[in-house]
Design a protein around this ligand. Structure first.
Ligand code: ZN
Length: 188
């Protein structure tokens, strides 16, 4: 098995690790994917890792998803493993979403009150971290598990951040997902 590991040095600011995680790509992925797909998943993972300080000092593994799987990608968070199709490009939002699963798992392991298996929560976290220019370059017009917003992409991260604050203030049963969809003006 070839373990191409990209180590990205991280720095420490006080007690908090503020640097970025590293990743490795399994031969099961590289052996099947064309060069442009291999490069694309590396670039997108590097870009997105910068917005997940929870993963600083950790190594994320990129592997191959079951080709018959309907999902765009999968995260196996207990092993910090993300899996993608080898015959197509993953969207940047998808990469942010899969890494959000891993970051939420790390937060959960640290005792934080975060829902481990909520796809909607995961998407809200993912989009709240995405720079607007990335969203605007991305080919996706929808947010996975939330729907297609009517408001411009420039407002998506702020709205998702607001939904997370709403949950923080009003609790996990506060219908923050519904609020978020309302604020995004998701098509019913
Ligand atoms: Zn997911």
């Amino acid at each position: 098995m070839s373990l191409e590991t990209t180590q990205i040095p991280y720095q420490r600011d006080g007690d908090d690790v503020v640097g970025i995680g590293s990743y490795r790509v399994l031969e099961t992925f590289d052996g099947r994917a064309d060069e442009d797909v291999r490069e694309d998943i590396r670039e997108k993972t590097e870009v997105a890792l910068k917005d997940y300080p929870e993963l600083a000092g950790k190594t994320v593994t990129i592997g191959r998803i079951d080709p018959d799987e309907d999902a765009n990608a999968q995260a196996f968070f207990y092993n910090l493993l993300t899996a993608y199709h080898t015959d197509r490009f993953a969207s940047l939002q998808t990469v942010y979403h899969e890494l959000a699963h891993l970051a939420i798992f790390v937060q959960h392991e640290q005792g934080e009150d975060v829902p481990l298996s909520s796809e909607e929560y995961c998407s809200i976290v993912a989009v709240s971290r995405m720079p607007v220019r990335y969203l605007e370059h991305d080919n996706r017009e929808d947010i996975s598990y939330l729907g297609t917003p009517t408001v411009p992409k420039a407002e998506w991260p702020e709205i998702c951040q607001r939904a997370l604050e709403y949950r923080e203030e009003n609790g996990r049963n506060s219908h923050y997902i519904q609020r978020c969809k309302e604020w995004l003006e998701v098509d019913a």
